[in-house]
Design a protein around this ligand. Structure first.
Ligand code: ADE
Length: 347
């Protein structure tokens, strides 16, 4: 627990440093008292609890998720393949008897305990969040087979493929609206002290009203079966094109490295799902960034948005904007879109 001197120390620190301090303090106070981490250090200030700090991760699942009776779930069709098994769409009967559309992630049979733990880890993380721009967890099925994670259904699927399928179809204000949603969700996460580490358009889901929500909280994917696998010199698998240089080189992941990734998401959105750095190899991307190269302005993208991307890609992480100022900036652009009319002549 935090003691009075810790609280005095926090009062004298900026909020982000205070969160880092609380987190470090909690980690040092450590796993043996993990359940104390759920006692909020300051009333009204919520911090994210890493399920790995529980001696028994099943405890975190009980703490942060609701068990769903499988009779309430109707699976309709397979919509994709997840790391641990199929992803299906279906319906969930709510306690008020209304049916809501859901996506259901399943854990395929024949798993071993560490796989079940990794699978449910994502639910323990998601269950702590409550924000309109973060994918909502409905609950889990752990007491019968198959083990399942049930989340809200997002009609338009992942943002990268959605944009590729609708190349050129949206106004700049609509695209900025999508980015505003992502930045709002990320502000919420960074305020809780949660670092995503894998922010990319493929990990954003889009609903029928074009609302974008951050998803994919299975950090294990960064380390194992990732769609963008590449090793850094330390042997970690990292999605290189989306990752800040300090995170690639010395594992310095932070909300500031998430801001770098957000800049890449901005570029993906404004280029309708183009692959960042095209066919360049990961090694060439790392070397080029080190030499100061940055992605150029996408076609038909207002200069002000490219300037914002470049701001997110500053080498010095302390000089990058925070998510809350990105939200304010994007909000102003949407309310007063005149500055979006100026394009960069990149012929
Ligand atoms: N694919 C993965 N998760 C999904 C979700 N929640 N809704 C729709 N498609 C998805």
């Amino acid at each position: 627990c935090l003691q009075e001197p810790d609280i005095v120390r926090c009062v004298s620190l900026s909020w982000s440093r205070c969160q880092v301090f609380i987190k470090a303090k909690m980690q040092s106070d450590d796993k043996r008292r993990a359940h104390f981490q759920n006692v909020l250090p300051f009333p009204g200030i919520k911090t994210y609890v890493d399920p790995d700090t529980y001696e028994d991760p099943t405890q975190a699942v009980h703490e942060f998720t609701k068990e769903i009776d499988p009779s309430r779930i109707r699976i309709e069709r397979v919509i994709g393949a997840g790391e641990f098994g199929e992803v299906c769409s279906g319906c969930l009967r709510t306690p008020g008897q209304k049916e809501i559309p859901v996506a259901i992630k399943t854990l395929k049979g024949g798993y071993v305990e560490p796989q079940r733990r990794d699978f449910l880890r994502e639910a323990s993380i998601m269950g702590q969040f409550d924000n309109p721009n973060i994918i909502r967890l409905e609950g889990v099925v752990t007491k019968s087979r198959p083990v399942m994670i049930v989340v809200e259904y997002m009609e338009n699927g992942s943002l990268d493929s959605f944009l590729r399928q609708h190349d050129g179809h949206f106004t700049v204000v609509q695209l900025v609206g999508m980015l505003h949603g992502v930045a709002s969700g990320m502000t919420y996460l960074s305020d809780l002290g949660y670092v995503h580490r894998d922010l990319a358009a493929r990990n954003i889901l889009v609903d029928e009203g074009l609302v974008c929500k951050v998803s994919d909280f299975g950090l294990s994917r960064v380390l194992e079966d990732h769609p963008e696998p590449a090793y850094n010199t330390m042997g970690d698998k990292i999605p290189v094109r989306w990752t800040a240089p300090e995170a690639i080189t010395y594992r310095k992941f932070s909300s500031a490295s998430d801001v770098w990734s957000f800049g890449i998401v901005m570029w993906e959105v404004m280029s309708y799902g183009e692959r960042p750095y095209w066919e360049m190899s990961n090694q060439d991307v790392i070397l080029s960034i080190e030499e100061g190269y940055r992605l150029p302005v996408p076609m038909d993208c207002p200069g002000v948005l490219h300037q914002l991307m470049l701001h997110c890609w500053q080498k010095e992480r302390g000089q990058r904007p925070h998510f809350n100022s990105l939200v304010s900036f994007l909000d102003k652009l949407i309310r007063n879109p005149t500055s979006l009319l100026t394009l960069v002549d990149n012929r």
